[in-house]
Write a protein that binds this ligand. Structure first.
Ligand SMILES: Nc1ncnc2c1ncn2[C@@H]1O[C@H](COP(=O)(O)OP(=O)(O)O)[C@@H](O)[C@H]1O
Ligand SMILES: [Mg+2]
Length: 253
């Protein structure tokens, strides 16, 4: 099976800052690739390259087996790569349905078929278990988890092949994070290749098929689920050897 996306030795500098160096990973249809790391690890930089928002300066990016270099997020989206950026791309005062379509509203001759648009949005959200009384309400009135779900529903509805989510659970409580992760799993079960960025191994492990660990722009390794436990993943995230040293220092006995 040809991977949907394949990163080979990707590198990116911002001026004198090396944000990413020699990072490789793969995204397969029907699988979740998790990207883990602390703040500043390079997670957002990596997904901005995959999403077409930034160009890489080193390495190779393959989409369905062919090298690509996207000029813009629109170009990536046209190939089927949908991204929900960390600074969530919704317009808070706009209605839920306008946010769902964001420029792709149904209609003819420049007129939006509002009734159809509202009904499509309602149905797509209901399919994800989100029952809204009124899709005319501003998206800003939804909870953080619901907003993430609107973005996931949008990607699924418009036939994305790859869905990239940058820290979708970061600002959420346990229950809402669980709901978002359930929708991540559903998108995966529908055959999308999902890239899930998080700094929480307990969010990544239950849904992930592979785990790419980044630290200061470098890869600490990529593990298939069968090769790593959640404890090991947590330990590596926390800095592995550094944490062991700290533990010994704090508790010398
Ligand atoms: N647009 C930018 N200009 C300059 N430096 C940046 C820019 N974006 C990110 N960086 C730097 O690149 C590194 C990786 O950042 P980022 O990819 O946002 O990490 P993460 O998402 O894992 O927190 C950090 O040192 C950050 O300060
Ligand atoms: Mg980030």
């Amino acid at each position: 099976m040809t991977p949907l996306l394949q990163a080979r030795g990707l590198g990116k500098d911002y001026g004198s800052v090396t944000a990413l160096r020699d990072v490789s990973t793969v995204v397969n249809a029907g699988e979740v690739t998790c990207v883990l790391g602390d703040n500043g690890a390079g997670k957002s930089t990596l997904i901005k390259i995959l999403a077409g928002a930034h160009r890489h300066d080193a390495g190779e990016l393959l989409f369905e087996g062919s090298p690509v270099r996207f000029g813009s997020p629109r170009e990536a989206l046209d190939r089927g790569i949908a991204t929900v950026f960390q600074d969530l791309a919704v317009v808070p005062l706009m209605s839920v349905w306008r946010n769902f379509f964001l420029g792709s509203e149904p209609g003819r001759w420049g007129l939006i078929d509002r009734r159809r648009a509202r009904e499509t949005t309602r149905a797509a959200l209901a399919e994800m278990g989100i029952e809204l009384r009124d899709v005319e309400q501003p998206v800003g009135t939804l909870s953080g988890g619901e907003r993430q779900c609107v973005a996931i529903a949008r990607a699924v509805h418009f036939g994305a092949k790859v869905l990239i989510l940058d820290e979708p659970t970061a600002a959420l409580g346990v229950k809402q994070a669980g709901i978002v992760l359930k929708h991540v799993a559903r998108a995966r079960d529908r055959g999308l290749g999902v890239v899930l960025i998080t700094h929480n191994p307990h969010h990544a492990y239950p849904v992930g098929d592979r785990f790419l660990l980044l630290k200061r722009g470098r890869s600490l390794g990529s593990h298939e689920k069968a090769d790593i436990t959640v404890d090991h993943l947590t330990h590596q995230m926390a800095g592995g050897a550094e944490l062991d040293t700290l533990t010994r220092e704090l508790d010398p006995d």
